[in-house]
Design a protein around this ligand. Sequence first.
Ligand SMILES: [Zn+2]
Length: 171
Amino acid sequence: MDRLFHFFQSQFLAVSARLGLLGDMGTLGVAGDGTPVVTAAYPRSKPTCDCHAQGLAKCNHPRIYSQPDCNSGWDSARERYFNGYHLYMLTASNSPYDLPLYPRLHPASRHDAVSFVVSSVEFSQRFTLGMLDRILLDAAHDARPIYDLLLHRRGGNGSNGASAGARASER
Ligand SMILES: [Zn+2]
């Protein structure tokens, strides 16, 4: 996982930043939002035995679940439940192409506001892009603890070079 993010940073983010595709790195503008990623209707699993091949429909042998972190959540836009993940994406909003900065899969049941906290903290710990100047979030993030988090980060010494602005605005 971390190697994947290292690859993403060194081969995509750093190159995009150098080419000016992410906007002004001194005053980085970031937008964050989540979207459902629907996977199979049932938790994916594979048998560890060959009972089914032998014609036995039911057995109690262990099964391998390759996506144990995938679960069920509520898609508020389509007003229905879904199985899978909640993709929370941070993008470079103050730039010509709105390129992704930090795509992260969360469990489907996780709310936007919680996904934002997890994603933004990880993002600031993993990546050293520049100064975060502005964050654009929708009303699902309009909670006092989120403002406190952003203000706290801006007040911190930001040893990784990133600090978050607290000018969150609704869209
Ligand atoms: Zn079996």
